[in-house]
Design a protein around this ligand. Sequence first.
Ligand code: ATR
Length: 287
Amino acid sequence: MRDSRETLTKKAFVTGFPVKHSRSPMIHGYWLKQFGIDGTYSAHPVEPENFLAFLQSLRSGESGYVGGNVTIPHKEAAYRLSDAPDALAEELGAANTLWVEGGRVHATNTDGRGFIANLDQRHPGWDAPAAGTARRAVILGAGGAARAVIQALRDRGFDEVHVVNRTLARAQEMRDRFGERVHAHPMDALREVMDEASLFVNTTSLGMDGEPAPDIDFSPLASGGIVTDIVYVPLVTPILRQAMRQGRPVVDGLGMLLHQAVPGFEIWFGRRPEVDETLRNLIIADM
Ligand code: ATR
C-alpha cells in the first residue's frame, strides 16, 4: 500500500545525458522550499536510445512525474516525440520543458523567455527604441543556443536581428527559419552591422578555449547600447570583460538560466516563483 501522502507529492525531473552538472535541481529545490510545496525535482539521466521509452512512461503516468526539463542531447527529440508542442517549440524544433496533461505530453521552450526576463530584470528599459530609430540587435553565433534568442528578439518586436557567424550558412539557416527581420552576415561584417544597434548578444564560447578573445570594438553601438552574453561560466566572459573596459553596460547570462526555469515551475507546482538575489548567489557560490 502506498502512503496517501506520497501520492500527493508532485515530482518533476531534469533529464539529459549526462545531467549531473545541471543546476536546475538547485534552482527548483530553492523555490520548493521557499513556497513549502510538497514536491521534488531531481536529475534523471536518460541515454538517447532510452528517451522514447522515458517519454512513454511520462505519458502513461507510470513514471509518476508531472513534468520536467530536458537538456542536451534530448531537446530536439523532446519536441519531435511530444504530443502537443506549442508554437515556440514548433518553430525552434526543440523543447526544454514538458508536462503531462490528460495522457498527453505537452512541450514548450522557455529559453527565449528566460533571455528576455533577465534583461527586463537587470536592465529595465533595455528594449525601448530611441526616438525615430529602428530597434536593432546583433547576435554573435548561430548555434543551438542562439536560436531561442533570435526568436525572442523578433517576437519582442525588434525591427532588425542581425546574426553574425563564422559559418555563414548557419546564420542563413536562422534567417530562413525566423523570417525577414533576421539577417545573416559573415564575421567580417561585424563592425558594420553593430552600427546604432542597441543590443549585442554573444552566444559563442569565443575567448574561452585557450585562444585569446578577439578584439571587438563596441563603439559603433548606439549610445547606451548593452552587451550581454548567454554563456554564464565564467560569469564575466571575455567578451563581457572587453565591453566593460569600453564602458558599456553589460548583463551576464546567469539570469537567463534562472528565468528559463520559471514557467516550468509554475506549470508543475502552481506557483510563480521570483528570481531573487539569494538564488543568484546560491548558484554563484556553487560555480
Ligand atoms: P551551442 O548549441 O552551445 O550554441 P554550437 O551549436 O556548437 O553550440 O554553436 C556554437 C557557436 O559558436 C556557433 O555559432 C559557432 O560558429 P560556427 O557555426 O561557425 O561553428 C560559434 N563559435 C564557436 N567557436 C568559435 C570560434 N573560435 N570562432 C568563431 N565562432 C565560434
